[in-house]
Design a protein around this ligand. Structure first.
Ligand code: 2AM
Ligand code: CA
Ligand code: CA
Ligand code: CA
Length: 264
């Protein structure tokens, strides 16, 4: 059952990704609405989400969904929920920056079982199932190396539109920046977390960027399956809310956590 869910979700991510690729090359940058002052949504966010739901519904008609654009869709199959961010990195998509993804996760109760993060422009499917390992397309991922702090390339999602949250992030940057090889904020949380599993980034953290479960769920499964440690900023590996996050090699996670929390 879970194998079939994984395959169907991969197909759904692939189809939604094809749609985004087309929109990106065509008119994706023109048509958009606002959910808030700097919170944009395009026709493609919505179209990609309905493509995903339709595809998964066709094989699993009773499954529940939690999607960024459609909210909660109840299912009579109460065990599983498919968590969907149809376009993670809408701001990049709108500005023509080629860094965005389709993110799909599956939970069973409180457990995160499956994670898929698809970069449609590079045709890179990052996926993982608990116990089956993590993959980039067909290549199995191994645990990335633990670089020393001075060699680490660290990614983050920065807060926006909130003075308090921005102030905290700036303090964290002040402490971390002089100690590491570089900090990046590319703009798709799902990709940044999955890339940390892949070893493209040595770590990811975020606090105050109002990340939701659909932003991080799929990436977390991938990062965990490559042996990364995933906690919130207090060090809790199973928090009720994932609105703060630290992902790193187990041998670097504590040091990073200490830096980020040493903001006074
Ligand atoms: P989204 O593109 O799906 O909205 C980037 O910092 C991360 O924060 C992305 O995962 C992005 O997801 C999320 N995010 C949510 N609202 C945002 C906003 N108003 N501006 C920038 N990023 C936002
Ligand atoms: Ca959004
Ligand atoms: Ca998102
Ligand atoms: Ca989104």
């Amino acid at each position: 059952r879970e194998k079939a869910l994984l395959e169907t979700a991969k197909l759904a991510a692939f189809e939604a990704g094809a749609l985004l690729r087309e929109g990106y090359r065509k008119d994706g940058r023109v048509a958009f609405e606002r959910k808030g002052a700097s919170d944009f949504v395009t026709h493609y966010d919505k179209a990609a989400e309905s493509t995903i739901i339709k595809r998964i519904h066709s094989t699993f008609p009773n499954i529940a969904f939690l999607g960024e654009e459609t909210g909660i869709t109840a299912g009579s199959d109460s065990d599983y929920t498919v968590v969907v961010d149809p376009l993670d990195g809408t701001n990049n998509f709108l500005h023509g920056v080629p860094h965005f993804s389709v993110s799909i996760a599956v939970t069973k109760g409180d457990e995160l079982l499956i994670g898929i993060v698809y970069h449609p422009l590079l045709n890179e499917m990052l996926w993982a199932g608990v116990g089956t390992g993590a993959f980039l397309n067909d290549k199995r991922l191994v645990r990335p190396i633990a670089r020393p702090l001075t060699e680490m390339l660290v990614s983050t999602c920065l807060p926006y539109n909130d003075k308090g949250d921005c102030a905290t992030a700036l303090k964290q940057l002040t402490i971390l920046m002089p100690q590491v090889a570089g900090i990046r904020s590319p703009g798709s949380a799902a990709l940044e977390i999955a890339y940390t599993g892949l070893g493209r980034f040595d770590a990811f953290w975020s606090q105050g960027a109002r990340l939701d479960f659909w932003d991080v769920a799929a990436g977390i499964v991938i990062a965990r399956e490559t042996g990364c440690m995933v906690t919130d900023l207090t060090g809790n590996p199973t928090p009720a809310k994932w609105n703060s996050l630290v992902v790193a090699h187990p041998q670097r996670h504590r040091a990073l956590l200490n830096c980020l929390n040493a903001t006074g």
